[in-house]
Design a protein around this ligand. Structure first.
Ligand SMILES: [Zn+2]
Length: 389
């Protein structure tokens, strides 16, 4: 198949020719049957390492099914997201194992799930109990790290857990980090109120990332030192950040971008399961109360100013990163393609538009100032999984 568009790094118009699952050639000649066009951007598929669910389907729901999981793929592909880490958040062991086992089953039974899910992200339950850092995670299920339980999770997931978010201040966390990191899983610091010293110890033990840095934090903190500065300054830590314009004010997003550098940042949507639905009030996911999805994509705890998850996908996050920082489109795309690929150690397979790599692409129209990408097509391993009408 042939895909036509401007490469985001050079603006050069090319035809990307695929053969089966891979990119076979990239050349300037036109191909009559190509999807895309000279006014379309052609980028590596948007890769989002934190997706809790979408379209009303939560990856930790008790009534989750393989069919519903496959349905989430269609929702994501419409946003230009081709690759993501389904994320299972704090719950009882039974519910977490249920969700992970079904996600694994979906990968075994569905080609589209197998191609799109590049590893699972488990966020919690070994996070801070305190209000603030705990965010919307249910207190009843928050607990100390348990290596045996982690192994049961990984077994249910068929070894697909790629990122594990925890709070390093929990009892036994440092030993746990060492063991988990030794298995090749990325340990990420999140929903944590750890002291700066404990952050350093976690890094020494093998933590490699910060989950949605600047969120899942106290509303008020000592100006310095504190765990946000400490993680921002730790060069060993990658950071996931939510560029929806609500979770981090534009000035914070810009400062994080400048301080961490684009090489160590991954833009994540962290979308809640009601993302993609029409604006309105929906039942509780967190047990904290109903969630209100606003027309601008913000999700709040109904009747309060408090955020209750994210409602914007990276088709908004990428333009936001360009609007709020000094990142170019190409920089923003790197933070949603090659960076997550490097984080997970799969950059030889995915993350860029290069001959020999998997043909996973996002094609979209976008002009400077536009708040959302206008997705033309999404391609995953050579298959056109979404094409705009
Ligand atoms: Zn979170």
């Amino acid at each position: 198949m042939n895909f036509r568009g401007k490469l985001v790094d050079t603006s050069q118009v090319v035809t990307v020719q695929t053969d089966g699952e891979k990119i076979a050639a990239i050349h300037r000649r036109e191909a009559g049957d190509a999807i895309g066009g000279d006014d379309v951007w052609i980028a590596p598929a948007i890769f989002d390492v934190q997706v809790n669910g979408v379209g009303g389907i939560n990856y930790k729901a008790k009534d989750l099914t393989v069919e519903k999981i496959v349905e989430t793929a269609a929702w994501m592909h419409r946003t230009g997201t081709g690759l993501w880490c389904p994320t299972v958040t704090t719950s009882s062991e039974e519910d977490a194992v249920h969700g992970l086992a079904l996600l694994a089953k979906a990968c075994e039974e569905s080609e589209v799930a197998r191609a799109s899910f590049v590893g699972f992200h488990v966020e919690g339950p070994y996070i801070a109990s305190e209000d603030g850092p705990r965010g919307a995670h249910p207190l009843a299920h928050v607990r100390d790290p348990d290596w045996d339980e982690f192994q049961r999770y990984q077994e249910a997931a068929g070894g697909r857990i790629a990122i594990f978010t925890l709070a390093p201040e929990r009892d036994g966390a440092l030993e746990f980090i060492e063991k988990v990191a030794a298995t090749g899983v990325i340990v990420s610091i999140g929903h944590s109120g750890a002291s700066p010293e404990r952050i350093q110890e976690a890094v020494a033990a093998g933590a490699q990332m910060s989950t949605h840095l600047g969120n899942g934090a106290h509303a008020e903190l000592p100006r310095h030192p504190n765990y946000i500065w400490e993680q921002l300054a730790a060069d060993a830590l990658w950071a996931g950040i939510i560029p929806d314009g609500f979770h981090l004010p534009p000035a914070v997003l810009k400062s994080f971008y400048r301080a961490k550098g684009k090489e160590r940042l991954c833009l994540v949507s962290d979308v809640a399961s009601i993302a993609g639905l029409s604006p309105g009030i929906y039942g509780s996911e967190s047990g904290l109360g109903q969630s209100e999805l606003h027309a601008n994509g913000k999700i709040s705890l109904a009747g309060t100013p408090y955020l209750a998850g994210a409602g914007l996908f990276l088709d908004s996050g990428i333009p936001n990163a360009v609007r709020f920082t000094d990142a170019s489109l190409s920089d923003a795309i790197e933070m949603t393609s090659i960076n997550p690929a490097r984080l997970l150690g799969i950059e030889d397979r995915v993350g860029s538009v290069d001959v020999g790599k998997e043909a996973s692409l996002s094609l979209f129209r976008w002009e400077d100032g536009q708040e959302k990408l206008d997705v033309v097509a999404t391609v995953v391993r050579g298959q056109v999984v979404y094409q705009a009408a």
